[in-house]
Design a binder for this molecule. Structure first.
Ligand code: GTP
Ligand code: MG
Length: 202
């Protein structure tokens, strides 16, 4: 089991090791989470949701840069759909954030949904606790491309960003129920096409 002291010191390898145990439902993970629990509760968790390919990862890439400018440590959990063949994640998300890979203040972890419905991997909540205890100020959770019912991120996050494309309606298809949550905002991407209308902020 990764050393709790290393995790509390923000050691990325130790944190990644524990997140792997969590994903594998290793009983050791439960014990580690119990020990970390009192050290968590400071991070601000942001959920980013929206239809497949709408621009969630690209937006997160920009958010990371902004938070780093403010000297905040940022962790990202990007929930990808699982490959139906290997069961592994299709790691498109991390590619979009590649420029931050060498930044010690940034931790990016892809997580396969492993058949879990709801847009968020089953292990994501516990992984967020680990990252919180590691000292990340901001934890961003990217959902797998979400439709109307994939709203689990609303339970996890303090604030939710819904990404839409122009013409799809404000805070529309993706996760309409998420927009009931206080602190929810909507961002419109791909506003460069001919059918563009001004993005709406809610
Ligand atoms: N023109 C334009 N293209 C964009 C914009 N944002 C993202 N893209 C492109 O759209 C494609 C998908 O972007 P991603 O950021 O991977 O979208 P995503 O929602 O994270 O995709 P999934 O995680 O697969 O659901 C990429 O080719 C991006 O370069 C934008 O604002 N304008
Ligand atoms: Mg993505």
């Amino acid at each position: 089991m990764p050393d709790i002291k290393d995790i509390l010191a923000g050691n990325q390898a130790a944190g990644a090791g524990l997140i792997r145990l969590i994903e594998d439902r290793d009983p050791l993970a439960h014990e580690a989470l119990k020990q970390l629990h009192p050290h968590a509760g400071r991070a601000f968790i942001i959920g980013i949701t929206g239809s497949p390919g709408v621009g969630k990862s690209s937006l997160i890439d920009g958010l990371i840069a902004e938070f780093r400018r403010l000297d905040k440590k940022v962790a990202v959990i990007a929930c990808d759909p699982s490959s139906p063949i290997t069961g592994g994640a299709i790691l498109g998300d991390r590619l979009r954030m590649q420029r931050h890979a060498a930044d010690e203040g940034v931790f990016i972890r892809s997580m396969a949904s492993r058949g879990q419905k709801g847009g968020i991997a089953r292990a994501a909540k516990d992984a967020a606790l680990v990252l919180d205890a590691m000292g990340y100020d901001i934890i961003i959770m990217e959902t797998a491309g979400a439709g109307q019912t994939e709203v689990d991120v609303a339970d996890l996050a303090h604030s939710v960003g819904i990404v839409t494309i122009p013409g799809a309606g404000t805070a529309s298809r993706p996760s309409r129920p998420v927009s009931w949550k206080p602190g929810t905002c909507s961002s419109s991407t791909k506003a460069t096409g001919p059918t563009v209308r001004p993005p709406c902020l809610s």
